[in-house]
Ligand binder design. Sequence first.
Ligand code: MG
Length: 172
Amino acid sequence: MRASPLNSNQCYEQTLELLQQRGVEVADIADIVMFLQKDYIPDLSWETCVESVQSVLKKREVQNALFTGIQLDILAEEKKLLTPLQDIIETDEPLYGIDEVLALAIVNLYGSIGFTNYGYVDKMKYGKLKDLNDKSFGVHTFLDDLVGAIAAAASSRIAHRHKQKAEEQECM
Ligand code: MG
């Protein structure tokens, strides 16, 4: 078996670095998580949102989706893709759809509540997602969906844990 070229810690660090290079901080995603969950969990803390985003970002499936999507965004910015993909990604062609498909790989990790959250986040364009949708800041055809998916996944994770805690307390 060939050894993986990178260990998990390096991949996580590179994920954070790459997101930062593209203008996205963990705090930006935690903001969206807070927005999604605050009505359901009134005592939800900021630290819980940050911790949940970090935990989602530690998954290799999530990192791989980010590496792939961000790479395509960058190549489109540098006009290095082949026709017709160059135009499709550069103009964020609405019928392309592969950006959403890639993001679903992240949403899928946390079950059906993730889908609901993802759909909602995609519609609301809350916080950082609004900036990423502004075409004057560069090509973020993939990144906007990926960030929305990470927020949706982190929210679902919190919702599942909240329910589990509530049930444990009922049993006591
Ligand atoms: Mg998109």
